[in-house]
Design a protein around this ligand. Structure first.
Ligand SMILES: Cc1cc2nc3c(=O)[nH]c(=O)nc-3n(C[C@H](O)[C@H](O)[C@H](O)COP(=O)(O)OP(=O)(O)OC[C@H]3O[C@@H](n4cnc5c(N)ncnc54)[C@H](O)[C@@H]3O)c2cc1C
Length: 319
């Protein structure tokens, strides 16, 4: 059995679901959760339900908002004293920033953005996509512990019958130490929706959207089904959507349960970012568009007619 720490992030009263996915997969190990900043009662209950033993809540000077140095300094001290074999986090914007920094502070190895893993005999063995998802590599980490692992959100899924843990909360006094690059202000995007990498449903638009204004029809459908809106690079390069919305090799890699591609041809660089989606729906006027070779459901037709019809049908279905 390995001793494992899982770094969690919170979102309102909830913990990010990638934490729960990781916890589910770590059943049978000794698992602590580490949070920087308060975890709500409902968040604690979720963590306990999915197997967290202790939930260590680090608080202190300089930790009110995320800074790579401050968080890494606080975590380094705590993890260093904890005797952990492994430290896991979601491959979120913060996880991707923080864990490589920590692994370098410990001089320890790291497996990035795994999409699956086992813990046989308490030893980590993972799988991660390489070369834009064209092949899967098996990864193990050697050398001094703790070993660090980030896990792609939505890749593992939640266990149907999780093994519960105690979920005992432990407040820990911590310090950000010296922060040389201070964050002065965080300007939030207009959308309060989940980040693409964590979204369970994504509706994406391509060059066929023609302009930024037309993305409204995708937003409307997304509002009804609880989706986040994404875009192809052609749409981003044409100024229809910001780069934060780009899915693909030079954008974000996503793995939602449902990906609806609207007017996207399915170039290899776009597929690289979304091919691990569980169900892919494509709407395209061209029956020979490459996206149809990857789609589970294909609709040949004009997205400007089909998307509003789908939105109305979803409204009826979902009340
Ligand atoms: C190094 C490199 C990195 C790249 N990284 C990325 C990346 O990260 N993400 C990415 O997306 N691309 C990336 N690209 C670009 C990629 O090769 C494609 O050019 C891009 O994905 C095409 O975007 P698109 O499908 O929206 O546009 P198009 O290829 O122009 O396709 C538009 C589609 O819309 C359909 N259509 C037209 N009108 C309608 C309508 N009214 N209703 C329904 N369908 C309609 C057309 O039939 C067509 O299939 C990269 C390219 C390179 C070289």
């Amino acid at each position: 059995m390995a001793k494992v720490a899982v770094f969690t992030e919170t979102q309102g009263d909830n913990v990010k679901s990638v934490t729960l996915e990781i916890l589910g997969k770590l059943a049978g190990q000794e698992v602590d959760v580490i949070s920087i900043g308060e975890v709500s009662a409902s968040g604690l209950a979720e963590l306990a339900k999915y197997g967290a033993g202790n939930v260590h809540v680090l608080k202190g000077d300089g930790l009110d908002q995320y800074s790579p140095e401050g968080y890494a300094n606080a975590l380094k001290d705590f993890i260093g004293n904890g005797g952990y074999d492994y430290v896991f986090a979601g491959s979120t914007s913060i996880g991707k920033d923080l864990l490589p920094r920590l692994s370098s502070m410990f001089g320890a190895g790291m497996a990035s953005e795994v999409t699956n893993f086992t813990m046989d005999g308490g030893s980590f063995a993972g799988t991660r996509p390489l070369f834009a998802g064209k092949c899967l590599a098996k990864v193990e980490v050697t050398g001094p512990k703790p070993h660090f692992v980030t896990v792609r959100p939505n890749a593992l899924g939640l266990p149907e019958s999780p093994t519960a843990g105690a979920g005992s909360k432990n407040d820990v006094s911590a310090s950000a130490g010296q922060i040389r690059a201070a964050i002065k202000e965080i300007i939030k995007g207009a959308s309060e929706k989940l980040d693409l990498t964590e979204a369970n449903i994504i509706v994406s638009g391509g060059r066929a959207m023609k302009n930024a204004e037309n993305f409204k029809i995708l937003e409307e459908m997304a509002d009804v089904i609880g989706a986040t809106v994404g875009a192809s690079r052609a749409a981003v390069d044409s100024g229809f959507a910001p780069h934060a919305m780009q899915v693909g090799q030079t954008g974000k890699t996503v793995a939602p349960s449902l990906y609806i591609a609207c007017g996207i041809s399915g170039a290899i660089q776009h597929l690289a970012g979304m091919r691990t989606s569980k169900v892919i729906v494509a709407i395209n006027t061209d029956p020979d568009a490459p996206i149809f070779t990857k789609a589970d459901y294909g609709i040949v037709g004009d997205l400007f007619q089909i998307v509003p019809i789908m939105t109305e049908e979803f409204k009826k279905l979902l009340g």
